[in-house]
Design a protein around this ligand. Structure first.
Ligand code: ZN
Length: 349
């Protein structure tokens, strides 16, 4: 038998943030690469769409009009999944049936008044205003005594179930810490107690040494394909300095985060020359009033596209029953993204 090589042989990879495993099958990529076959006609959108409920001045549900905003704009979601004013309560039956009330609320952030732009096409200075708004919202929402977790996220593209192309994201504040960050908190805490450093701080140091999976880097942030990536072109933005949450970022670091956010999403758009869909979200310390030296601020990008603008990855079959599986390795995905032009494809035409 040959020596084990993870470039060649099927293997599983451990995710120290979640404690989960992903099965990697590099041999399967030896099947011929389909490449990108179809060129999508660019969806030409107007700068202002009178029918868009996120554009400045337009009417939203319930007859409220958006202000004539000039950069970013935040409002309480007219159809929130969480509401602040509910009675506290519990339901318990035999240990088998458990429910408890959950208070919170949902906000929407418009990234730009321009209906036709997305993050990779915006100026870094304007993306910085999005980062600034994340910071002020995290602070204000987190300060509420019944809110212990603030989830900032972005759902981009109609295949991600996002029906409105106007550039926007969401912020949900809630009483309990949900599953994903709770898993990551546990693993980061265990690592910090053993090593006295944050898990992602040590991890990024190693990645910077090898450079193999680093896509974008500036003075304060990196974007990389994590070693344990699950989605075909999954990435993370991580601060180089161990900061627990957005509020600990200096003004320079906020600008650096905006810069990496843009550069990463430019690579994404250039991969198949389409507006690249993904779900992205920021993980950071809970707002429970405690110190969390184990937490290290980061942002996940989970994009579903696999081989072209339309061929996407589904987590079904073995992946639903067993655990996630992938064909293209993290290193192959990183190489493909690194080889792409750094300038947005639309501006090259
Ligand atoms: Zn995370």
């Amino acid at each position: 038998m040959d020596k084990f090589e993870f470039t060649e042989h099927s293997h599983r990879r451990y995710n120290p943030l979640t404690g989960d495993w992903v099965l990697v099958s590099p041999h399967r990529t030896k099947r011929p690469w389909q490449g990108k076959v179809e060129k999508h006609s660019q969806d030409e959108r107007p700068q202002h769409d009178p029918k868009c409920y996120l554009c400045p001045g337009n009417e939203r549900a319930g007859g409220i009009n958006n202000p004539d905003y000039k950069d970013v704009f935040v409002f309480q979601n007219d159809f929130s999944a969480l509401v602040p004013d509910i009675p506290e309560g519990k339901y318990e039956k035999k240990d088998l049936f458990r429910a408890e009330s959950e208070r919170g609320f949902c906000k929407v952030i418009c990234f730009s008044p321009r209906h036709d732009l997305t993050i990779p096409e915006m100026e870094v200075e304007d993306i910085k205003k999005v980062v600034d708004l994340w910071c002020s919202e995290y602070e204000a929402i987190g300060a509420l005594d019944y809110i212990n977790h603030v989830q900032i996220f972005e759902n981009k593209g109609d295949i991600m179930g996002c029906s409105n192309p106007h550039p926007h994201g969401q912020i949900w504040g809630q009483h309990s810490v949900p599953g994903e960050p709770a898993k990551e908190a546990k693993m980061q805490k265990a690592y910090f107690q053993t090593n006295g450093q944050t898990l992602l701080g040590d991890y990024v140091d190693e990645e910077l040494k090898s450079q193999e999976r680093i896509l974008v880097e500036n003075d304060h942030f990196v974007a990389l394909v994590p070693f344990w990536a699950t989605w075909p072109f999954e990435t993370m933005i991580v601060s180089k300095r161990p900061v627990q949450n957005l509020l600990q970022l200096t003004d320079d670091e906020r600008l650096a985060m905006a810069d990496v956010y843009k550069k990463l999403t430019v690579l994404y758009d250039n991969l198949f020359e389409v507006s690249f869909p993904y779900s992205a979200g920021i993980h950071q310390a809970p707002t429970d009033g405690e110190e969390h030296p184990e937490w290290h601020l980061h942002m996940h990008f989970y994009p579903p596209l696999l081989r072209s603008a339309t061929v996407k990855k589904f987590m079904v079959g073995y992946e639903m029953m067993g655990n996630p599986q992938r064909d293209i390795t993290a290193e192959q995905a990183a190489q493909r993204l690194k080889d792409l032009p750094k300038v947005h494809y639309k501006t090259l035409k």
